[in-house]
Design a binder for this molecule. Sequence first.
Ligand SMILES: Cc1ncc(COP(=O)(O)O)c(C=O)c1O
Length: 399
Amino acid sequence: MKQLPVTQETEKALFFHNYSRLPLAITHGEGCWLISEDGTRYLDMISGIGVNALGYGDKRLLQAITDQASRLIHASNLYLLKPQFDLASRLIAISGLSKVFFANSGTEAIEAAIKLSRKRAAMSGRNEKKEILSLTNCFHGRTYGAMSLTAKAKYTEGFDPLLPETGMIGFNDIADLEATISDKTAAVFIEPIQGEGGIHALSAAFIEKLTELRQKFDFLIVADEIQAGCGRTGKFFSYMHLGLKPDLVCLAKPLGGGLPLAAVIGNDMMADVFSYGNHGTTFGGNPVACAAGLAMIDAIYADGLMDNAINTGNAIQTALQQLASRHPQILDIRQFGLMIGITVDKEAKVYVDKALQKQVLINATSQNVIRLLPPLTIGKEEVQRCITVLDEILTEESR
Ligand SMILES: Cc1ncc(COP(=O)(O)O)c(C=O)c1O
């Protein structure tokens, strides 16, 4: 069959039009760099939307994947699979929680958490307790349950009817939190640091009130750590910065070392909520993905990558503050380890396109926010390159 050119035109012809892709055909990666068909090297400051925590080509990760793939690629959840056991026990040890369910994507982890939330309430005979709440400006995924919890109309328009008995609380709005929570509330889903929403952190005061209300109304707190988790903010889970004890935690993105893998981790109270057949997935907990995930977590600890997230993140923050003092187009900077949002004066896409011309890959979210989610391995030279290019494009755009 004739080989098709890997271009935007061919993409339009072949695929549904749900992705807005950059005109860049990537063939491989090395460290923090992606390399295109013509051999040009691009500095990757977004790491596959927060997935490639170790960058590209980590030997330990590759070894874990090839070792496991040569033994067994798939067997299903009909059997006992050691890579699942190893990764689950690691996640339990890190979180202090007690049970794990593996899925394949972030949105699937959210679906499982919604089902766990409602089933837990139903098991206690409280039929009125079905309401699932989330926060304004949040993003939890694109399947029906997750989409029903997701704030922005651009993700939900045209897809009615959504899941019933869902609702929103104003982000960091303590008065609204108190007014909205009731005996009907089964769970509140939070991103401790909102990602797609533009990198915004929940306040300690909001979390404190949420925890207090949980005591009174007996609902679950579900921490969506899909973007902020696995060390990106300098702690393994971003809720750890807030002293929060969630009932359920959702992980995905970097969890499978670049292979599709997600997890829901739950506390003791959730241990017996699912019974046989209540939930499942053919591929969830794929042994190669689990082996990759374990290698990825081992590398995060062995290489001190959470410390790097803090130190390099702080260095980026300092450099961005200096840029902001010279470029009034920078309106705000929010940085949590290597999860960084820069609010700019116009559509962030303008800057993304300009940075691409200079071989630096950044990302736009929430209209006017430049988002940086570099590999956790990023070093000084790469940071310097990114800052130089941001300086150049901000200068060009001010003319
Ligand atoms: C916080 C958060 N939750 C859920 C999701 C959905 O994950 P996935 O795209 O793997 O379904 C994302 C994806 O960006 C996310 O950032």
